[in-house]
Write a protein that binds this ligand. Sequence first.
Ligand SMILES: Nc1ncnc2c1ncn2[C@@H]1O[C@H](COP(=O)(O)OP(=O)(O)O)[C@@H](O)[C@H]1O
Ligand SMILES: [Mg+2]
Length: 608
Amino acid sequence: MGRIGNRDAEVQRAENATAPRIPNLYRRIGELFGPFRAQLLLTIVLVLASAGLGVLPPLLTQRAFDDGLFPPSGTPDVPVLMWLVGAMVALWVLSAALGVWQTYLTARVGNSVMGALRVRLFGHLQAMELGFFTRTKTGVIQSRLQNDVGGVASVLNNTVSSVVGNTVTVIAALVAMLLLSWQLTVVAVLLLPVLVLAQRRVGQVRARIATQTQESLSEMTAITQETLSVSGILLAKTFNRQPTEVARYSAENDRQVVLQVRQQMSGQWFFAIVGVFMSVVPAVVYLVAAWLILRDVPVTAGTIVAFTTVQARLMFPLMGLLRVALDLQTSRALFARIFEYLDLVPSITDAADARDVDPDRVGEVEFRDVTFRYPDAPADAPGTLQDVSFRIERGQYVAFVGPSGAGKTTVSYLVPRLYEASEGSVRFAGADVRELRHPSLIDHIGVVSQETYLFHATIAENLRYAKPDATDAELEAAARSANIHDTIVSFPDGYDTVVGERGYRLSGGEKQRVAIARVLLKDPPVLILDEATSALDTVSERIVQAALDEASRGRTTIAIAHRLSTVVDADVIHVVRAGRIVESGTHAELLGRDGEYATLFAQQLTGA
Ligand SMILES: Nc1ncnc2c1ncn2[C@@H]1O[C@H](COP(=O)(O)OP(=O)(O)O)[C@@H](O)[C@H]1O
Ligand SMILES: [Mg+2]
C-alpha cells in the first residue's frame, strides 16, 4: 500500500514538474563550448563569408532584369546576361560548398560538446556517495544521462548548424532588400518584433511541457529498468503481476503520448500565422510599390521582382530561426536538469590534505564511540549504530553476530567509508578514515557482501575485475582457494562461461564462491565477510569456510555471521543488538557469561 501511494506521489510530481532553477544557465551552457573556440571562430568566419556572398545574387538578379533583359535600349543584352548568369552559378556553387563545410564543423562541435557533457555527468555520478544511489531510482538516474543529454544533443546539433545557416541567409536577404529599396524593407519587417515577442511566450509554455515530458520519460525508464531486469521479471512472473506492470507502463505511456503531442503542437498556431503573414507580404509590396511610384519614388520592375524573390527566400530561414529559438528555450529546461545533477555535491570526498594508508599499521581497525544514522533518517531518530567502540589488531579474526537488522552490515559499510560516522570516528591503520585518500583506503580492504554482484560477462572477466592483469594461473589459484575451480571447469565453457545478468546463470553458492575468488584475487590485507557463507548449504558452507579460514590467515578479518558455528574460533566475537555492542569476548568467554550470546547459541543448536 505504501509503495502504491509512493508511486502516485511520483506521478503527481511528474505532472507538477518545473525546471530546476540554475543561476547563470546561459553562461554555463556557453562554457561547454569553451574548448571549441577555434572551430566556432572558423565557423563564424565562414558564416560571414557566406553572408557576403549571399548579398550578391539578388543584386545580380536586379541587374539581369534592368541591364540584361530589359535594358534602356529595349533589346536584351546577351553578353551582359551571360556574364551575370555565369557569376550567379559560380556564387551558388561556392556558397553550397561553404555550407557543407559549415555543417561539418557545427556537427562536430555539437556532438563533441554533447559527448563531453555525457562523460562529465557519468564521471560525476561515479563520484557520488552510496547513499545517493540507495535513495534514487536507477532508472531515474539513467534517464538523465540518456534522455536528457540525448534531448539536448539533437538541439545542440540542429541549433548550431541552423542558427549559423539561417542567420547567414536572413542577414544576406535583409541587406539585399535594404540595398534594393529601404522603403519596401521597412514594410516587410514591420511585424517582426511582434513575432519575436509572441515566440518568447510560446517558448515558455513549451519549456514547461518539456520538463514534464522528461520527468515522465524518466518514470518510464525507471519502470522498464525495474521490471525488465531478471529480478523484476522473476518477481512479476511469480506473483502473476505482469498485467499490472503492463497497465502501469501503459498509464505512464499514455501520459507520455499526451505530453509529446502537446509539446509538438505548442507553437503550431504561431507558426501558421507567421507563414500566412510572410506569404501576404509580396501582395502588400505591390500595393506599396504603386503608392511609392505615384509619389515619384523610382521603383523599377526589376527591383520589385528581385525584392519579392528575396523576401520569399527570407521566409524559411526566418521560420527556422524562430523554431531554433523555441528549441533553445526547450533545451534550457533539459540543460537545467543536467546541471542540477552536475551540481550535486558528493557528500564523501577526499580532504585536501588526504594521505595514503600507513603501510606499517595496515590491519588495525578501530571504532571510537561511533554513532551513525542513515542520511535520510530524521536527525532525532536513534542511531542505526550507537556509541559503538571496538579495536581490531593486525591479523585478528573478529566476528560480529546478532539478530537481523542489528546493524552488522552497517558496521561493514563504515570501515571502507561508504558512509561516514555521524559522531565519533572510524580509524584505519591508525588514522581517521576521513584523513585518508579514499582509493588508498579501498585498496586495502576486500569485501564479500551479503548480496553478490556479478557482471553479465564471463567468469574470467568477473574475476579479473579485481585484478585486470591477473594471469590464468592466478585466476585458477584464487578459484581453487574459494573451492569453485572444479565447478567452473565442469561447465562446457569453463572460465569463459557467461554468468548472465547479475550472475543469474549460477546458483547462489556458486555465485558467492566466484565473489570470494574475486576478492582473494585482490588480495587485500583487511577482509570483510558479510554473511559470506549464508547462501550456501551446510556441506559447501564447510568447504567455503575452510577456504575463508585459509584466506583470512595473515589478514585482519571482520566476519559478520548469521550461523554462529562459523565463528567459534574467532579471536573476539562482538554481539550486536539494536545498534549497540552488548557483549564481547571469545566463544568460550561468552558462553561462560551465559548472556545474549549463550542464548543465541542455544537457540541455533536446537533450532538448526
Ligand atoms: N540505506 C539505508 N537507509 C536507511 N536505513 C537503512 C539502510 N540500510 C539499512 N538500514 C536500516 O539499518 C538497520 C541496520 O541494518 P543492517 O546493518 O543491514 O542490519 P544487519 O546487517 O545487522 O541485519 C536496519 O534497521 C535497516 O532497516
Ligand atoms: Mg546484514
